[in-house]
Design a protein around this ligand. Structure first.
Ligand SMILES: N[C@@H](CCC(=O)N[C@@H](CS)C(=O)NCC(=O)O)C(=O)O
Length: 202
């Protein structure tokens, strides 16, 4: 398999953590891709034009990160990261949606603040994304007593990757203050080998 990736993408990190947890990391060849480059051929694989994009051994392009993670888990011979059904599956998918929601809002905020020309900046939009990030983290904090650092699922992977990226990009967010249960969980999950091996680097 080939993974089109960019090194600081939190969505790529989700896929990398999932691959390690599923015992498949050694089967994935990394292909560096800049999704923002005008000349990129990424769109020939992924019409959405984003990384991550996985090309399977039989040549099919798979996107976006939730679908890639579920595909990798379908190849996983060990304990499943997407619970098969019932309450555990709903919980994992909901946590995953909260993590992706925090990331999507965080990325929109980052683009607004750091890429948009100064004369076009829209403070209302930036504030709206900031509040969405915080609401998602509050929702995760409320579910923290159901979150594991041992028997993890795609839910924990996504929340952990989201927080890692938020700390990396918005070090002054201050989310820990009002969310002690989530902070406690996060401080433990970062030591898990799949998280430690993929931590964002400047
Ligand atoms: N929903 C997508 C989001 C992926 C995404 O936003 N990737 C960013 C890099 S972090 C990207 O490729 N952006 C390029 C663009 O928006 O054109 C996923 O989960 O894979």
């Amino acid at each position: 398999m080939k993974l089109r990736y960019s090194p600081t993408s939190p969505y790529v990190r989700k896929v990398s953590i999932t691959a390690i947890e599923a015992g498949l990391d050694g089967k994935i060849e990394r292909v560096t891709t800049d999704p923002w480059a005008a000349e990129t051929d990424l769109r020939q694989n992924n019409p959405i034009g984003k990384v991550p994009c996985l090309i399977t051994d039989y040549g099919e392009a798979i996107y976006d990160s939730p679908v890639i993670c579920e595909y990798l888990d379908s190849l996983n011979m060990g304990r499943k990261l997407f619970p098969a059904d019932g309450k555990a599956r709903l919980r994992a998918l909901k946590l995953s949606a909260i993590g992706d929601g925090a990331l999507d809002a965080g990325v929109l905020r980052l683009i607004e603040e750091r890429r948009r020309p100064a004369e076009l900046k829209w403070d209302w939009w930036t504030q709206r994304q900031h509040e969405t990030v915080l609401r998602c983290l509050t929702a995760a904090d409320h579910m923290a007593d159901e979150m594991s650092t041992d028997q993890i699922s795609i839910g924990e992977i996504t929340i952990g990757a989201a927080i890692g990226w938020l700390d990396f990009r918005f070090a002054d967010l201050g989310w820990r203050t009002d969310r002690p249960a989530l902070a406690d969980w996060y401080d433990k999950i970062v030591d898990r080998p799949s998280f430690a091996a993929t931590a964002p680097k400047a």
